[in-house]
Design a protein around this ligand. Structure first.
Ligand SMILES: *[C@@H]1O[C@H](CO)[C@@H](O)[C@H](O)[C@H]1NC(C)=O
Ligand SMILES: *[C@@H]1O[C@H](CO)[C@@H](O)[C@H](O)[C@H]1NC(C)=O
Ligand SMILES: *[C@@H]1O[C@H](CO)[C@@H](O)[C@H](O)[C@H]1NC(C)=O
Ligand SMILES: *[C@@H]1O[C@H](CO)[C@@H](O)[C@H](O)[C@H]1NC(C)=O
Ligand SMILES: *[C@@H]1O[C@H](CO)[C@@H](O)[C@H](O)[C@H]1NC(C)=O
Ligand SMILES: *[C@@H]1O[C@H](CO)[C@@H](O)[C@H](O)[C@H]1NC(C)=O
Ligand SMILES: *[C@@H]1O[C@H](CO)[C@@H](O)[C@H](O)[C@H]1NC(C)=O
Ligand SMILES: *[C@@H]1O[C@H](CO)[C@@H](O)[C@H](O)[C@H]1NC(C)=O
Ligand SMILES: *[C@@H]1O[C@H](CO)[C@@H](O)[C@H](O)[C@H]1NC(C)=O
Ligand SMILES: *[C@@H]1O[C@H](CO)[C@@H](O)[C@H](O)[C@H]1NC(C)=O
Ligand SMILES: *[C@@H]1O[C@H](CO)[C@@H](O)[C@H](O)[C@H]1NC(C)=O
Ligand SMILES: *[C@@H]1O[C@H](CO)[C@@H](O)[C@H](O)[C@H]1NC(C)=O
Length: 564
């Protein structure tokens, strides 16, 4: 008996010892290995989808199993069995809860809750836990009060389950937000996305700020929170670094005190029913890397002058009522990689300084009131998407605009007042997939494209311009074309419909309202292959006989043969 007691004492001393001896091979402690094997045996999972649990077997030391981390002395410190398709097998009696030295437990992306199960309250026994991640597990119902006993927790992630935290609890066992966090004073990161909290600003802001004075990360997206923001949140102004509150109907202005959050790197308030004027000083916070205010159509605002060497990487304001010009100093934000400001009310010209944003990948400014000419975007060599449609842009575009954009895959300039010739060099850009120049005033001929370096172009929309002359036959070399719109121009000459056989993916072809002679071989009744069209617009094409390929179309949704 004495030796057994000694042995346990020895174990405890071993495991709680804070001296970490840097030994490479930690040997698993036998009873912990047994607990793990027992734990595994109880789990419901499919071995064909497992990459971690499958390696847990008694022939290897448990400290070498995938997902298990041990202290140098062999005590199990961490378990990461996320993403293992586990669909059950953790209840109050699970051997998991014997691993009392466990500091880190990640069970994310399984199906432990199966849509109806509760978190076993025995989890409260794991009092050494500092990191607990149960996100994405189909859990539902209440969060057990025992979680509030895990007072050493630094990171808690319960997001994307189906939990509820009642506003005023009926029983002690079903805590509200305040009770859940009141003793978790060590918390640095709290993720409760999609937990139904249903509390007004005064309640949730105070519950968080009165207890969690070390909090850096607050992620409460889609929690049925309401507003307005309560001033108590300003207590966390020196610590909070990430605030994500998307999809809550805050229905209030953004408080000016956020401009005092000196450690803020990421602010996300997408679709929060915000109104009033956004405090522009927030954009000037030197630590800010990402801001998303999108889908708040009643939120007014404008952009301030940006300081030199700002950290901003993501500027996301789409579907807001932001207005006014883009300041020249936007060019100071050298780290910017994504600008989504489409469907706002911005005016003025596109600052030339933006062409210095060498990290840009996405630039979407459609649906504003930008005017003037388009500066040359050949500097941001990683640019993939450039959207400027539905503005009031004028002037021409030429090869100097895009020469080096080898990664550009989507360019949309639809619905402006651009003119001049369309530079064919555009079509030689090696990654271009989508080109939409519809509804401008481009004129002149569209010459043959000699060096088609790639065949990636799938969408080529040039309709409603003033293009003239023959349609270049090299169009048939764009073998991936699925949508070709050349309608409502002044194209002339003949266009051999039979050659469409080469464009096997084409499903939308619009050639109406030109001066074209659409030709085809009226004697050919059997085409080995012809594209299956959904949209086929061939109005005013001077056809005199019915195109036979039309007899074999099964997906046709709209066909226009009028005025032939
Ligand atoms: C595990 O998944 C494979 C592949 O989907 C399936 O064939 C097998 O029946 C599954 N086994 C169990 C026990 O569900
Ligand atoms: C036990 O796991 C190891 C690797 O983790 C593997 O090489 C060995 O084949 C497994 N043994 C059994 C009996 O499954
Ligand atoms: C929880 O685990 C998932 C899967 O490993 C991970 O993506 C997520 O970032 C984790 N959450 C936290 C707060 O670490
Ligand atoms: C776990 O045990 C507690 C009592 O200790 C009980 O109230 C609870 O319902 C049990 N939970 C589960 C999920 O088994
Ligand atoms: C938090 O700790 C205090 C003091 O130990 C205790 O009175 C209170 O009941 C605890 N709260 C919860 C929700 O457990
Ligand atoms: C918000 O959560 C609800 C479930 O509570 C879900 O149906 C909805 O799709 C979520 N909304 C978003 C935008 O994710
Ligand atoms: C600011 O945030 C960083 C990173 O999250 C953290 O290391 C630092 O301690 C925070 N500052 C304060 C005052 O909390
Ligand atoms: C958001 O809250 C406001 C004020 O409570 C309410 O008038 C509005 O209908 C809510 N919007 C949605 C989408 O629920
Ligand atoms: C920001 O902090 C300063 C100094 O602490 C204070 O004077 C000011 O009122 C605060 N601003 C807001 C909007 O809370
Ligand atoms: C832009 O502003 C005008 C009035 O200045 C307003 O009528 C319109 O709704 C605003 N557009 C958007 C997208 O907010
Ligand atoms: C574009 O690339 C060419 C070489 O291919 C180089 O001479 C030119 O300076 C580049 N232009 C810009 C604006 O970087
Ligand atoms: C290209 O277009 C820009 C803007 O419209 C214009 O300033 C420039 O002179 C043009 N370059 C050439 C070579 O036509």
């Amino acid at each position: 008996m004495k030796t057994l007691l000694d042995f346990f004492l020895f174990l405890i001393i071993l495991c709680v010892s804070i001296i970490i001896i840097p030994v490479v091979h930690s040997k698993c402690i036998p009873d912990q290995q047994l607990s793990l094997l027992h734990f595994k045996k109880g789990l419901v999972f499919n071995a064909s989808f497992s990459s971690k649990l499958i390696s847990w077997n008694s022939s290897a030391d448990c400290c070498s199993w995938v997902g298990v981390t041990c202290k140098a002395n062999g005590c199990i410190l961490g378990l990461d069995i996320s993403n293992e398709f586990i669909s059950g097998g953790i209840d109050n009696s699970s051997s998991l809860f014997q691993l009392q030295y466990l500091q880190s437990l990640n069970l994310a992306y399984n199906k432990l809750g199966n849509g109806f199960q509760l978190i076993p309250s025995a989890i409260g026994q794991l009092t050494s836990l500092r990191y607990l991640n149960l996100s994405h597990n189909y859990y539902s119902g209440q969060i057990p009060i025992e979680i509030s006993h895990l007072t050493g927790l630094k990171v808690l992630d319960f997001s994307y389950n189906n939990f509820r935290l009642p506003e005023s609890p009926l029983k002690l066992e079903s805590p509200n937000l305040h009770m859940l966090v009141e003793n978790l004073t060590e918390l640095r990161e709290l993720f409760l996305d999609e937990v139904q909290i249903s509390a007004p600003g005064s309640v949730w802001c105070q519950a968080i700020s009165s207890s969690l004075s070390n909090l850096r990360v607050l992620s409460l997206s889609n929690c049925s929170l309401s507003g307005p923001f309560h001033e108590s949140l300003a207590k966390l102004q020196f610590t909070l670094s990430l605030i994500h509150l998307d999809y809550n109907n805050i229905s209030a202005p953004v408080s000016p005190f956020f401009a005092n959050f000196s450690n803020l790197t990421s602010l996300s308030l997408r679709d929060c029913g915000l109104h009033g004027t956004f405090p522009k000083e927030i954009f000037q916070l030197p630590s800010l890397q990402s801001i998303d205010l999108s889908h708040n159509p009643q939120l007014d605002g404008s952009l301030p002058e940006f300081p030199k060497n700002g950290s901003l990487e993501y500027l996301i304001l789409e579907w807001t009522n932001f207005s006014g010009p883009l300041p020249n100093s936007i060019g100071n934000l050298k780290m910017l990689s994504a600008i989504f400001i489409h469907d706002c009310n911005f005016t003025g010209s596109i600052p030339i300084s933006m062409t210095n944003l060498s990290q840009l990948i996405y630039l979407e400014m459609d649906g504003n009131k930008f005017e003037g000419s388009i500066p040359s975007f050949s500097r941001p060599m990683n640019l993939e998407v450039l959207g400027l449609d539905s503005n009031r842009l004028t002037g021409n575009i030429n090869c100097t605009h895009w020469g080096n954009l080898t990664k550009l895959s989507s360019l949309s300039l639809r619905g402006n007042m651009l003119n001049g010739n369309i530079p064919t060099s555009l079509l030689s850009l090696p990654s271009l997939n989508f080109l939409d120049l519809y509804g401008n005033q481009f004129f002149g001929q569209f010459p043959e494209i000699s060096n088609i370096s790639s065949n990636f172009v799938k969408y080529l929309l040039l309709g409603s311009n003033n293009l003239e002359g023959p349609i270049p036959m090299s169009i048939f070399n764009f073998r991936r074309l699925t949508w070709l719109d050349l309608s409502s121009n002044n194209f002339s000459g003949s266009f051999p419909l039979d050659d469409l056989q080469q464009l096997r993916n084409l499903s939308d072809l619009r050639l109406s309202d030109n001066n074209l002679f659409l030709t085809h071989d009226a004697t050919n009744f059997s085409y080995s292959y012809f594209p299956q069209f959904q949209f086929l617009m061939l109005a005013s094409g001077k056809l005199t006989t019915f195109p036979n390929f039309l007899r074999n179309q099964s997906k046709l949704y709209r066909l226009d043969l009028s005025d032939n």
